[in-house]
Design a protein around this ligand. Structure first.
Ligand code: TYD
Ligand code: MG
Length: 451
């Protein structure tokens, strides 16, 4: 048989007969790698299919299996659906193996047999991690193996009720000649594991590494194969980790869970708002609390601004961490035009405390208030929280879920919340108790009230 070679984009899977510097599929540079073109390996046979009467189809909700971490169950839509393939993506070192070993511990503790396959670490290394997580014994099997066919054979013999594969980039199928981690291998492994999960109705967790650029043998190209895609994110220097669903064939994608990495594994942060505000300085200029929404949850976060005269006249710095850079530039322009402040001779730094990143316009008003607070060296009263989108004419526009945001502020003891007048007018009187709601129509009105 004559083998042809093709050039395959390692980011998106685009195929080309000749090499190209830039992938036409995803516009990334230098992602095309030469791979041997091969016939698709023989299909594993599925059980015979037949049409089923609608009312005879079982609801999956009842069969969901709990992971032992309630927040993870919520992210999954209520638990793990039998036979589902769940991809967990994240940067190396973020805590994917830790999370899934904790999940394995939970299943095993309830007498469900788990097979944890690692292509990266030795059994001793995994056990070392297990010791930190407090795993003593249980129906938990570890397998150190990188050959897919062996893994499937072991799984077929052991008949685990939960399968874990860590990570998709290290496993390879003998049916393909390209190396582990290449896009064709990663896809083939995922396809075969998917079939295994479906045929044996075993829920399977597949771990995949992604870099910040998302390029390393991109699990991006696996998203359409698997049932659920979870992303585990966080800043390396911060202890909190956010787990959220990017795709879920069996549930919503709005839920997220926040964890903290501790010495004995990941702990759920049950009150994220309090967690992110715990080190907030009182009565310091440049700090304000915003009511934002992460996933489906309200979250109070601190925005910090520092405005200081620049050393680079004509080219002052504009630095943002955790907020959209372009949006911040626009907000500064609005403040200059509508309120008459000038930032021409000022460096402006904006940061969301705790390493959070917020990408919704509801934080506009908070960002502006923080900047003005720093510029005027006047602190925002510590018991005031704000939310609202700011338009180009300096008007405050309504945002989604105002009630949820206001209630979260009230529950944390804030005394007043500044919010878009449009949002307030739609809320029932007394909808949120123990807090003073102040509707504002323009940035000017808001700042007059705060300062
Ligand atoms: P790991 O789960 O190995 O990350 P990944 O599989 O995503 O590459 O864990 C990463 C980091 O977490 C590692 O630097 C050690 C740290 N860690 C803790 O701080 N506490 C713990 O209990 C464990 C198990 C790990
Ligand atoms: Mg790992």
């Amino acid at each position: 048989m004559k083998t042809k070679t093709v050039f395959v984009c390692q980011n998106c899977g685009f195929n080309s007969p000749k090499w190209m510097g830039r992938c036409p599929g995803c516009s990334e540079w230098n992602t095309l790698v030469e791979e041997k073109e091969e016939a698709a390996p023989a299909e594993i046979s599925f059980p015979p299919s037949k049409p089923v009467l609608y009312e005879e189809i079982k609801e999956t909700q009842k069969e969901r299996r709990k992971t032992g971490i309630e927040e993870l169950n919520q992210v999954l839509g209520g638990g793990v659906v039998p036979g589902s393939l769940i991809l967990i993506g994240g940067e190396p070192g973020i805590g994917k193996s830790t999370l899934i070993l904790q999940v394995s511990k939970g299943f095993a503790a309830r007498g469900e047999r788990v097979l944890y396959v690692s292509g990266e670490e030795s059994l001793e290394q995994i056990k070392l991690r297990g010791e930190r997580l407090g795993i003593r014994k249980g129906d938990l099997y570890l397998l150190s193996e990188t050959r897919l066919e062996k893994i499937i054979a072991h799984a077929e013999a052991l008949k685990p009720q939960v399968l874990v594969i860590d990570s998709v980039q290290t496993i390879f199928s003998a049916g393909l000649s390209s190396g582990p981690g290449t896009i064709s291998q990663v896809r083939e492994v995922t396809n075969q594991v998917f079939r295994y999960a479906k045929v044996h109705t075993v829920p399977t967790f597949l771990i995949g590494h992604i870099t910040k650029e998302g390029s390393l043998a991109g699990p991006k190209s696996l998203e359409h194969i698997v049932d659920v895609v979870l992303y585990f994110e966080g800043e390396r220097d911060h202890s909190h980790r956010v787990l959220r669903a990017l795709k879920n064939r069996f549930g919503p994608v709005s839920e997220l869970a926040i964890f903290e990495m501790e010495g004995s594994g990941l702990k759920v942060i049950t009150n994220p708002s309090a967690f992110f505000l715990r080190e907030r300085p009182a009565n310091e200029a440049g700090s304000i609390v915003v009511c934002t929404i992460k996933g489906a949850r309200p979250l109070m976060a601190e925005i910090q601004a520092l405005v200081s005269s620049t050393l680079f006249s004509g080219n002052p710095r504009r630095m943002t961490i955790g907020l959209d850079h372009f949006r911040t530039a626009m907000l500064l322009a609005i403040v200059e035009k509508k309120l008459g402040f000038s930032f021409a001779g000022e460096d402006v730094y904006l940061n969301v405390a705790g390493g959070l990143s917020i990408d919704e316009p509801a934080v506009d008003l908070g960002a502006i208030a923080a900047v003005v607070s720093s510029l005027k060296s006047k602190a925002v009263p510590p018991d005031v929280a704000v939310f609202g989108e700011v338009g180009l004419s300096g008007e405050i526009r309504s945002v989604s879920q105002p009630l949820l945001r206001a209630k979260e502020a009230a529950s944390l003891g804030f005394k007043s919340v500044l919010l878009p007048a449009g949002n307030l007018s739609q809320m029932e009187k007394g909808a949120v108790s123990k807090i003073d709601l102040k509707g504002v129509k323009s940035v000017k009105e808001a700042l007059d009230y705060i300062f």
